[in-house]
Design a protein around this ligand. Sequence first.
Ligand code: MLT
Length: 240
Amino acid sequence: VYHTPELTPTDQVPDCAIVLDILRATTTIATALNAGAEAIQAFSDMEKLMQVSEQWPPEKRLRAGERGGAMVAGCDLGNSPLDCTPERVQGRRLFISTTNGTRALQCVQNAPIVLATAFINRLATVKYILAQQPETVWFVGSGWEGSFSLEDTACAGAIAHSLQEKLDVPLNELAGNDEVIGAIALYSQWKDQLLQLFHHASHGKRLLRLDCHEDLKYCAQTDILDVLPIQKEPGVLVKA
Ligand code: MLT
């Protein structure tokens, strides 16, 4: 588990990187693909997003920009998964740039498999890992500007816990992997109260100050979408 893009090694790549930004980028990406977006193109840089999306016909594109939790002026959307309805996103490419989540995607874009995961599509991720059996898997939590985040770590724990159960791996076989053991413990403590966990989290509190209560409720649901965003080319995610 790497808690932030800043802590993620740049001189190695895993077989599979699972990028987590529960509040809210990876929840939004999964929701948009489930609602019929043709692809998601992620950018860490807002100017680059504007340049590249300019080459697409306006009726085929949607620009989603978030900084500090708020929508970026000039974009069609912020980063609320609740805005990604079929009416808005069907058949369109979503160009997205967010404070941390799209940077996390960028820092592992050279891995052969890159997945975007949240609680809402946890099971789809677990099923994919069980089917593909990649040898090395990294969880990359987006965090907040270099800091640890509770919600991304808990989701890493949720996936690891499920894999551990399904593969029948005793906890002592994970000995030495402090981060995964810690993530599983965090998830086990909060699994029935994820919304409350988000209320304790620093970014959860930031979003609550921005009146995003409904977003938190949506992001706290587990296994509601059978969709798995997977990188098709650097920065571009489609349904697996
Ligand atoms: C991020 O990338 O930091 C987030 O997704 C922020 C947000 O909640 O919009």
